[in-house]
Design a protein around this ligand. Structure first.
Ligand SMILES: *Cc1c(COP(=O)(O)O)cnc(C)c1O
Length: 427
């Protein structure tokens, strides 16, 4: 089914050009942006300024967990903004306390700190690790190669990818990288200065690579043995994207049904606010009071407005059982992608991930892509734009699907159909 693509009337065309010009003259060009100017959205769809409709399987990079313009989010924003938007953390407010309780309920005994982004949530975990190890002179945090933890100075030092560090040396000291899913490497890397280990449950920017159950359980035992904190970055893979609140809950359920596994800290952001900026970290009970009064703060952290939105999102997810929905429909999509991989081995190498955190891995040398120096992932994503679907590249070979948790079955089918169209065009 082709979407109607009307040739843009002159006025709208000017809008595209004028927005592009505003950016080229006034916005720091730190992003490699696609050639789209988007104006509004509804549910799983967004529209560009020419009126073309796109099925949004990228979800604003795993952020828009209830899709676009969800009435419950609008209502929460309007209602709370009529009462109180911000008062600072010099005072108590009910929404922050209630949101913390909801997160604790979904993870385990502990406490939460609220920030504004994923990088900032991780930054809080870094400070927690430093405080934890301080009196013994321990400060170092081990992270995984191919990981991604954000773009602040500390977060790029933590991130296990050279491309985010390049040009910003010297790196902040105190981070070392070990191969992901390699327990022996983690054990071997621990030094007397090591205080914590931080991993993603499912590496996102690294290309949708889940941790194995053995790795998670092994790291837990290793951290207990060496008295290290085990942190998990749930910024992308958390918030029900895998069908469970945190990805480790999904990863471990098959291996050990009654596992009492818990990390010592979890960072959250992205889907937590459904598009309204909010980040958080949860810290397990024994360490929950390590960051005492005056040790950590952020002006906007946990405003009544941000927390009201996050609370509303949790309420909708729970009421509509979107966790089960994401698991079932996501796993159906994975299955369909696996079919495509089997049918088009000249183009597709593998389907990755689970739930609504999926990756489609492209083969190394696709002849149709040879003429351009853009990565295969970017060229594939561009072709999907022409077909009316938004997806997210990861690395050079992987295209990510991170759709809203309330994606409809027929929308999932439409997305798979259009992906197949693009794949066919490359054979
Ligand atoms: C996006 C992301 C971050 C950074 O979040 P920001 O809100 O962009 O600072 C950190 N960790 C992971 C796993 C992410 O996917």
């Amino acid at each position: 089914m082709k979407e109607i693509v009307p040739s843009p009337p002159p006025l709208v065309h000017n809008q595209y050009e004028s927005v592009r010009q505003l950016f080229s003259q006034n916005v720091v060009p730190s992003y490699g942006r696609f050639d789209l100017v988007l104006s509004h959205g509804a549910g799983s769809y967004v529209f560009d300024v020419a009126g073309k409709r796109y099925l949004d399987l990228g979800g604003g990079i795993a952020v828009c967990c209830l899709g676009h313009a969800h009435p419950a989010i609008t209502e929460a924003l309007v209602e709370q903004s009529r009462k109180l938007i911000h008062v600072s953390n010099l005072y108590f407010t009910e929404p922050q306390g209630r949101l913390a309780a909801e997160l604790v309920k979904r993870i385990g005994a502990g406490k939460c700190f609220f920030a504004n982004s994923g990088a900032e949530a991780n930054e809080g975990l870094f400070k927690l690790a430093r405080k934890f190890g301080h009196d013994e002179g321990r400060f170092e945090i081990l992270t995984a190669t191919n990981s991604f933890h954000g773009r602040t100075l500390a977060a790029i030092a933590a991130t296990g990818q050279d491309k985010v560090k390049k040009g910003f040396e010297p790196m902040m000291p105190g981070f070392r990288h070990v191969p992901f899913n390699d327990l022996a490497a983690a054990r071997a890397a621990i030094s007397p200065a090591t205080a914590a280990i931080l991993i993603e449950g499912v590496q996102g920017e690294g290309g949708v690579t889940p941790a194995t159950p053995e790795y998670l359980l092994g790291l837990r035992a290793l951290c207990n043995e060496k008295k290290l904190l085990l942190f998990m970055d749930g910024v992308q893979c958390g918030h029900y994207r895998t069908g469970r609140f945190q990805s480790f809950q999904r990863i471990l359920e098959a291996a050990t049904p009654n596992s009492d596994f818990l990390p010592d800290g979890i960072s959250m952001a992205k889907s937590l606010g459904g598009g309204f900026p909010i980040g958080a970290f949860w810290v397990r009970a024994p360490y929950a009071d390590l960051l005492g009064p005056g040790t950590h703060a952020t002006t906007f952290g946990g405003t009544p407005l941000a927390c009201a939105v996050a609370l509303k999102i949790l309420e909708v997810i729970e009421r509509e059982r979107l966790d089960d929905h994401a698991r079932k429909l996501g796993d159906w999509m994975k299955h369909e992608l696996e079919h495509l991989v089997a049918d088009y081995p000249q183009v597709l190498k593998r389907a990755r991930g689970f739930g609504f955190m999926l990756g489609l891995e492209l083969v190394e040398k696709i002849p149709a892509f040879a003429a351009s120096d853009k990565s295969a992932a970017v060229q594939f994503v561009n072709r999907l734009h022409s077909a009316g679907v938004l997806t997210i590249p990861a690395g050079t070979q992987i295209v990510r699907l991170l759709p809203p948790l309330n994606l409809k079955p027929q929308e999932a089918g439409e997305g798979i159909g259009k992906i197949e169209e693009v794949v066919k065009s490359l054979v």
